[in-house]
Design a protein around this ligand. Structure first.
Ligand SMILES: C[S@@+](CC[C@H](N)C(=O)[O-])C[C@H]1O[C@@H](n2cnc3c(N)ncnc32)[C@H](O)[C@@H]1O
Length: 312
């Protein structure tokens, strides 16, 4: 129907967020009405007469649902305060990086983001500066549920994390894909010295790569283990919680571990039988079985189980 509205009249159409400009009339499947701005009445008259249409004047109430987030924020914030637009998400959490000027309005800003994004249940803002070693931020909840723990789905892989306790960046997903695709081959071993909660390690493992994954942050180690068990890659990823230097020394030392060399033949099947597909015909392992393969969480220096992990 809109295509019949001529060019001169188009600017008079009432176009607003979450509002149908062309509407069915009381369930009538054929007849419709087009909504124009009130001040367009005079301009519309000749078009209405020419086409034997009816022109009706009506008041329509608009509310919060008809505003975009940026429009709602423009109404709340003083003119001199820049409207915050961008945010990143981790699972059900949206995190913003509000400036000092936004802080007096942080709860109102949080509420707008929460109500305008149905998949979001918690809105946070960063406070303070990044912490040097673990590269974490302090966050404050400004709307919704008081949670920092989320499950991020990265290319179908569930990754658990607590955004206030570990480093995380959803935007690096593509870079992780690129590295796995361009640099790693199945049956190779990757040593990830600063693995965080393990997104790269788990992606690589799913591609049939073995991984020795390490992070100094005990919270990263905790979620790394959880993510290994959740994604059922405990045969492929060995988790560590060590300083990267000590970790590398351990890994290099293990390359001459006679026990490992002797166990090699028993510990791993022939290459063509290995790979993630190994589980295909069998019942998939449970979370508890996967967790058991990693040993107790307090054992942060694992022994390397097979020689195949030693050339990396
Ligand atoms: C930029 S993050 C790495 C993120 C990870 N590669 C990812 O894709 O999410 C750097 C990580 O290095 C860890 N780290 C810092 N110093 C370390 C050290 N001396 N040894 C091992 N890990 C360390 C931090 O805890 C942090 O998780």
């Amino acid at each position: 129907m809109l295509k019949h509205v001529n060019k001169e009249l188009r600017p008079h159409l009432l176009l607003t967020h979450n509002f149908k400009t062309v509407q069915h009339i009381n369930g009538d499947k054929v007849r419709r009405r087009v909504v124009f701005k009130k001040e367009a009445a005079d301009a519309l008259r000749p078009f209405v007469d020419e086409n034997s249409l009816t022109l009706v004047e009506e008041d329509i109430e608009f509310g919060f649902e008809n505003l975009k987030a940026s429009e709602a924020l423009d109404m709340i914030l003083p003119k001199e305060v820049l409207t915050p637009t961008g945010f990143e998400t981790v699972g059900h959490i949206a995190h913003l990086n509000l400036d000092e000027e936004h802080m007096p309005y942080k709860f109102e800003i949080g509420e707008v983001f929460l109500r305008k994004n149905p998949k979001i249940r918690t809105v946070l803002t960063k406070v303070g500066y990044i912490k040097a070693v673990y590269r974490t931020f302090d966050f404050e909840v400004i709307a919704g549920e008081n949670t920092f723990e989320a499950c991020q789905n990265e290319d179908g892989l569930p990754l658990h994390l607590d955004i206030a306790k570990v480093y995380w960046c959803s935007r690096l997903a593509e870079e992780r894909n690129r590295v796995v695709k361009e640099f790693l081959k199945p049956e190779e071993t990757l040593v990830d010295m600063f693995c965080g909660i393990g997104p790269m390690a788990i992606k690589a493992a799913k591609a049939g790569v073995r991984v020795l994954a390490n992070d100094l942050n005990p919270d990263c180690y905790h979620y790394l283990r959880k993510n290994i068990a959740t994604n059922k890659v405990a045969d492929y990823v060995i988790p560590y919680c060590m300083d990267a230097r000590a970790f590398m020394a351990h890994v290099v030392d293990e390359t001459t571990n006679a026990g490992v060399l002797a166990r090699e033949a028993i510990a791993f099947p022939e290459p063509e039988q290995s790979g993630v597909k190994r589980h295909k015909k069998k019942r998939p392992p449970t979370y508890a079985e996967e967790e058991k393969k990693m040993g107790p969480e307090e054992d942060r220096i694992s022994e390397i189980p097979g020689k195949q992990f030693l050339s990396f």
